[in-house]
Design a protein around this ligand. Structure first.
Ligand code: CAA
Length: 395
């Protein structure tokens, strides 16, 4: 049910008490532990290992994973609410959390064998180890099926060679879900997924990317040089990798949407506060329609994003039972929320004027952090492709 309380900048949907509790817990944690260090980590680009470990202890690194595998055993809405609150304070922490939860843990939980779940989920879902996901290559981004890396079976191992790029948490990950070509002649049906242990010979961490935003989330290339992966580390069946990659990205896209919502809300709340306080031409600037109409559009886009995201979370929850797809809901949520984040962050800098451009306030960081949500885990153009193909019945 929607409340009539429009005087505050916070979420306006009634939630169940357990969902309110997780939101409140994440909000308090983010304020207490992340807010004081966010600007510094953004400036240095260092990986925030201590706060990530604390997030693990809080259960934030494997929210939907059952407790028997080291997770918090909560639902998708809980995940989205917690991630939104973390990202409202710092999107870098949110990125690390999102990849750990919805790309690594979700992949292993949904497609892994019982043995793989026990071995790899327990450390990563509990936050004692960091998980990553690696699909992209230097010449294979949106067109993910064209990858050049190779896995060749030799006895009970696969020998993997190739270069992967844009791996979130690549510089620090203990385990990585890797997609590589094991039967190139079969196109996307020749891609297989593997669980990579990064402390084995042949795994090399490449250059760390210097980035515009989410600077404290470490991103790098990773290289495989005759890396011998035990065949038992294959995730799912041989040739099933592309579908696993796509299905897992559906979950990831809900995470990116929640991240975008957090950034948009932070930008909006800062703008609302500034519009109430700052005076120009003898009036509070919120009294000028040039400012107030921007705020109206920001608020409306934020609440519409929230509804799309919560709808996608509920669709994912339903599909846990049915095994169906929620690609449409996930892509719509990601598309709209990420463009909302960019819209709101852009408006926030403009409303703040010069001080919005300064590192004195976090507003310029929201602007830099927002942009990636329109790019990673499928660009806005890819989301439009997915949505339109599904609507036209082309897939
Ligand atoms: N779930 C399950 N199966 C799916 C699926 C999904 N969501 N999407 C597609 N498939 C299946 C199709 O049904 C099809 O199956 P069949 O072979 O049985 O017919 C198969 O996969 C191939 O599908 P398409 O023909 O649609 O594949 P395509 O080559 O046209 O690609 C695409 C579709 C939407 C463009 C896809 O390639 C895509 O999403 N690209 C973007 C990749 C992306 O998001 N990359 C980001 C990587 S992660 C990252 O950013 C880094 C990080 O660390 C966060």
């Amino acid at each position: 049910m929607v409340t009539s309380d429009t005087a505050h900048a916070g979420p306006s949907l009634d939630l169940l008490p357990e969902h309110e509790m997780i939101r409140q817990t994440a909000r308090e944690f983010a304020q207490k532990e992340i807010a004081p260090v966010a600007a510094e980590f953004d400036e240095t680009g260092a990986f925030p290992a201590d706060t990530i470990a604390k997030m693990g202890a809080m259960g934030f690194m494997g929210i939907e994973i059952p407790e028997e595998y080291g997770g918090a055993g909560l639902d998708t809405l809980s995940y989205v609410l917690a991630l939104e609150e973390i990202c409202k304070v710092d999107a870098s922490h949110g990125t690390i959390m999102s990849v750990n939860n919805s790309l690594f843990c979700h992949a292993i939980y949904r497609f892994g064998s019982e043995e793989q779940k026990r071995k790899y989920l327990a450390p990563v879902a509990s936050g004692k180890a960091v998980g990553a996901y690696s699909l992209t290559e230097p010449m294979s981004g949106s067109d993910a099926a064209t990858m050049r890396s190779r896995g060749v079976r030799e006895g009970d191992e696969y020998v993997i060679n190739g270069r992967k790029s844009w791996v979130t948490s690549g510089p620090v990950a203990n385990y990585i879900v890797l997609f590589t070509m094991t039967a190139p002649e079969k196109g996307h049906k020749g891609i297989s997924a593997f669980i990579i242990e990064t402390d084995r010979p042949g795994f090399v961490r490449g250059k760390k990317e210097p980035k515009l935003g989410i600077r404290a989330s470490a991103t790098s290339e990773i290289l495989f040089e005759d890396y011998r992966c035990p065949a038992e580390n294959m995730l799912g069946e041989e040739g099933q990798g592309f579908k696993i990659a796509m299905a897992v990205l559906d979950a990831g896209r809900i995470g990116v949407a929640a991240q975008a919502l957090g950034i948009a809300e932070a930008a909006y709340e800062a703008s609302l506060g500034y519009a109430r306080e700052r005076e120009a031409f003898g009036r509070k600037i919120g009294q000028f329609q040039g400012i107030s109409f921007k705020l109206a559009d920001m608020k409306t886009h934020i609440e519409a994003s929230r509804l799309l995201i919560y709808q996608a979370a509920l669709a994912k929850e339903r599909c846990k039972e049915t095994g169906g797809r929620y690609s449409l809901e996930a892509s719509m949520a990601k598309l709209f929320a990420s463009e909302t984040a960019m819209f709101c962050a852009h408006a926030a800098v403009q409303i703040h004027g010069g001080i919005g451009y300064s590192k004195e306030l976090p507003v310029e960081r929201y602007f830099r952090d927002a942009k990636i949500t329109e790019i990673y885990e499928g660009t806005s153009e890819i989301q439009r492709l997915v949505i339109s193909r599904l609507e036209l019945g082309l897939r």
